[in-house]
Design a protein around this ligand. Structure first.
Ligand SMILES: Cc1cc2nc3c(=O)[nH]c(=O)nc-3n(C[C@H](O)[C@H](O)[C@H](O)COP(=O)(O)O)c2cc1C
Ligand SMILES: C=C(O[C@@H]1CC(C(=O)O)=C[C@@H](OP(=O)(O)O)[C@H]1O)C(=O)O
Length: 359
């Protein structure tokens, strides 16, 4: 299995949703980095289940226990191993659907690949829970990036049918992104968070779920980062983004809109401001030829609606080879977007730091 990501900053993750614990090992950390544990707790809580009325009711503390690689609060430079306990498990919800794969989840594909031996409880290794180690490692990566004044932000540009403004590139927006970091539904446009919340509640009330789009900004990054061809920065970021469960699309800068534009409108013209080379627009999302051009990196990821819904659906009984209906019980997110924001920021930070270390 591909449990490891990265060339220099390497993260290996392990665990299943209803096993003893989940966790990981980070290899390649600089020695002497003072870990900000308050920041770690803040980021872990943003992602943790059961924290708000918009999430799954499963309640996990998601406190991280460091097993090696840190002494007196500072990294030693040796592999940093860590674990997070699974405490609020309710595996019986999964007994009755063990042989009737949930549409939209990984149950059937994992059953085929692992010949039925995969841990089926709570989605096993395919659960969104496995993103908690990414947040721990990615928060450390963000702390290291911050020393070079690089910061990662997210906001929501769509939930179901509610759309919100995209980042246009101003310092004022960066200030706003800092302010709304703790929000469950951060939006650059006033009044949209409330409408997004209503959209999520409406889906849940209908026994259904809803998806959305998350925009990520990496601010303060210098030009010249990326390793073309196959480790182009777009490739590296996309690779880690698609490892996050429920991510089904990504676009950089104007992305799919570029297909309908003329070159004269889409090209980012070079300019000189305060003796520095810059660009008058950022339609390419800060990356050209797979290498940063010094503009903020902008990308958006599409998050699908949560697969486990309470509406009756059709599936197949794997033992009887018969089509049957399925009613899913359990504790599920009506929308994954609010909890995936710190995961996307963390994954972006890991990809960027790894590429910067290669340089
Ligand atoms: C933070 C987070 C929370 C999630 N919560 C749920 C959930 O409550 N119920 C569910 O069925 N899927 C949930 N998912 C999505 C599934 O894990 C995911 O759709 C599934 O593993 C199949 O993978 P794929 O959608 O990437 O193909 C969540 C994903 C993330 C990242
Ligand atoms: C536990 C978390 O999210 C889980 C992600 C998830 C899924 O299928 O992805 C299903 C639900 O849990 P369970 O495995 O108990 O059914 C969510 O609560 C978490 O993110 O920490």
């Amino acid at each position: 299995m591909g449990a490891t990501f990265g060339n220099r900053f390497r993260l290996t993750i392990f665990g299943e949703s209803h096993g003893e614990a989940i966790g990981g090992v980070i290899d390649g950390l600089i020695p002497g980095h003072e870990i900000d544990f308050e920041d770690i707790a803040f980021q872990m809580k943003r992602r943790a289940p059961g924290m708000t009325s918009l999430s799954t009711p499963r309640k996990e503390k998601d406190e991280v226990k460091i097993l090696s690689g840190a002494l007196d609060g500072k990294t030693t430079g040796s592999p940093l191993a860590f674990m997070i306990l699974n405490e609020d498990k309710k595996s019986k919800d999964y007994e009755s659907i063990r042989f009737t794969p949930r549409p939209g989840h990984a149950d059937y594909s994992a059953w085929v690949k692992y010949k039925g031996f995969n841990d089926y409880r709570g989605g096993g290794h395919f659960s969104g829970r496995i993103t908690a180690p990414i947040v721990f490692a990615g928060t450390i990566a963000q702390q290291i990036l911050k020393k070079s004044e690089i910061e990662v932000f997210t906001s929501i540009t769509k939930i179901g049918n509610v759309e919100s403004q995209k980042f246009k590139g101003s310092i004022k927006e960066i200030e706003k992104l800092k302010e709304i970091k703790a929000s469950r539904l951060p939006s650059l446009e006033e009044g949209k968070s409330h409408l997004m919340e209503e959209e999520i509640k409406g889906a849940r009330a209908a026994g259904d779920s809803v998806g959305g789009i998350v925009e990520c900004i990496i601010y303060g990054i210098e030009a010249g980062i990326g390793e073309p061809f196959f480790d182009s920065l777009e490739s590296h970021i996309s690779r880690i983004m698609f490892s996050i469960p429920a991510v089904k699309g990504i676009e950089f800068g104007e992305g799919f809109n570029l297909a309908g534009m003329r070159g004269h409108d889409s090209n980012d013209e070079l300019i000189v401001t305060s003796q520095k080379i810059s660009h008058s627009t950022n339609n390419n999302g800060g990356i050209l030829g797979g290498i940063t051009n010094g503009m903020p990196i902008i990308f958006r990821v599409a998050i699908k609606p949560t697969p486990s819904i309470s509406k009756t659906q059709s599936t197949v009984d794997l033992k009887k080879m018969k089509e049957v209906s399925i009613n899913i019980e359990g504790r599920h997110d009506p929308c994954i977007v609010p909890r995936v924001l710190p995961v996307i920021e963390s994954a972006a930070a890991i990809a960027i730091l790894d590429m910067m270390m290669l340089k």
